[in-house]
Design a protein around this ligand. Structure first.
Ligand SMILES: [Fe+2]
Ligand SMILES: [Fe+2]
Length: 159
């Protein structure tokens, strides 16, 4: 049976599912990247930075779950092939620097990622705010956490 919860969405649902999958792909890559960084970091201050990256990895993975849940709820299909993550992501994957003691580069690349996330979610929030308040609520929750991530990373840089 057609879902009332999908009927009430006042924007193109196919486009919305595409946007949610673009976000899902970016989040999956971010979760992997932060976990990788948390294991690679080396040198002075690295335990503290590793802890921040590790926590962020968990948060981004949680975002994957939230997006996936919403996609399924509106009768969409989440990306099934992990090799599509880079293709669908709204952001370009940033490989860790060769030098594992280059914390500044790791953190600055991460700030860039978070800023892209903030832009993406802010636009998606505007698109859905009135047309699909349920998706908007999910996006708002994620957006707030990306804003917090940017703040945490800038604090590590002393900014
Ligand atoms: Fe995220
Ligand atoms: Fe984030």
């Amino acid at each position: 049976m057609k879902r009332k919860g999908v009927e009430i969405i006042d924007i193109n649902v196919k486009e919305l599912i595409k946007d949610l999958n673009r976000a899902l792909a970016a989040e999956a890559l971010a979760a992997y990247r932060y976990k990788l960084l948390s294991n690679l970091v080396s040198g002075i201050n690295s335990p503290q930075v590793a802890e921040v990256f590790n926590e962020m990895s968990k948060d981004e993975w949680n975002h994957v779950g939230l997006l996936m849940e919403r996609i399924v709820q509106i009768e969409g299909k989440p990306i099934t092939n992990t090799s599509d993550w880079q293709k669908y992501s709204y952001s370009t994957y940033k490989e860790p620097p060769k030098d594992p003691t280059d914390l500044e580069k790791m953190i600055k690349d991460s700030v860039e990622d978070e800023r892209e996330a903030i832009d993406f979610y802010n636009k998606l929030y505007s698109k859905t705010q009135h047309a699909d308040p349920v998706t908007a609520q999910v996006i708002q929750e994620i957006l707030a956490e990306e804003v917090d991530d940017e703040d945490k990373l800038l604090r590590l840089l002393g900014e």
